[in-house]
Design a protein around this ligand. Structure first.
Ligand code: NAD
Length: 236
């Protein structure tokens, strides 16, 4: 559906492609490699049990890269929209680039790279000061810490909140996700009837299973065009 009406309750679902223009590599499909590693080597609870040093090294490297990365023009546009309409961001990304661009309402489905989590029963999370997590690091309660990442095979605690957000939206923008990782991908199909969906992704035409308006381009380019459509006259 093509709509030129500016939304009032916008929900945005982002994936790895949102941060590609910030120099952060995307993930290449469930059986592919992520930064040269098979998923089961680095992003599952079994990997953490069998090879915690490798898993720590992998996320330390991701964290170090992230600390040298900056939000891109797409992140900035989403942050600017907050001053004009209600914008809730649901992200599959573990980076903090939405927040660093100034977005306030960001729900992370798959955890946050810049946080650690206690392996103890309380699972308390803490913001990390630097990039490195070591085998000796402990929480104040004495338990070991792990990356605050929702690994493949683990439950997604924010899923029901995300579902409610999508159902309450009057417009959904989906950006830079291959829609292969479940249950997150399900969100793209949970809008109310007649709610317009925009899909921004270089592969938008082949990914579009939900009757979205497809924007087959990079995140920043698609968001600039949407910005112009919805708010162009505000900027005169
Ligand atoms: P994915 O890697 O499976 O898909 C990336 C999508 O981004 C593809 O459809 C691709 O066409 C598109 N894309 C590439 N460049 C783009 C650009 N410049 N602008 C817009 N789109 C672009 O990503 P996914 O669906 O998010 O699944 C990957 C999983 O791996 C996520 O759950 C996430 O937790 C994790 N991951 C996170 C990050 C991050 O935090 N930045 C990076 C890699 C992987």
């Amino acid at each position: 559906m093509v709509t030129y009406t500016r939304p009032e309750r916008l929900v945005v679902l982002t994936g790895a492609g949102m941060s590609a223009e910030s120099g952060i590599e995307t993930f290449r499909g469930a059986n592919g490699l992520w930064e040269g590693h098979r998923l089961e080597e680095v992003a599952t609870p079994e990997a953490w049990r069998r090879q915690p040093d490798l898993v720590r090294r992998f996320y330390n490297e991701r964290r170090r890269n992230l600390m040298h990365s900056l939000p891109n023009a797409g992140h900035e546009i989403l942050a600017h929209w907050q001053a004009k309409i209600s914008v809730k961001i649901i992200t599959q990304n573990v980076d903090d680039l939405h927040e660093r661009a100034g977005s306030k309402d960001v729900l992370h489905l798959h955890g946050e790279l810049m946080k650690s989590r206690s392996c103890g029963p309380n699972e308390t999370t803490r913001r990390m000061k630097g990039w490195e997590m070591t085998a000796h690091d402990r929480c104040p309660d004495g338990f070991q810490i792990r990356p605050h990442i929702v690994w493949f095979g683990e439950a997604v605690p924010n899923m029901s909140t995300a579902m409610e957000l999508v159902k309450s939206a009057d417009c959904l923008v989906v950006i830079g996700t291959s829609l292969q990782v479940y249950p997150a991908a399900q969100l793209a199909f949970e809008t109310g009837a007649d709610v317009p969906i925009h899909l921004i992704d270089p592969d938008a035409n082949s990914l579009n299973q939900m009757g979205a308006e497809a924007w087959p381009m990079k995140a920043s380019e698609g968001l600039k065009k949407l910005d112009n459509r919805w708010f162009g006259s505000d900027q005169c």
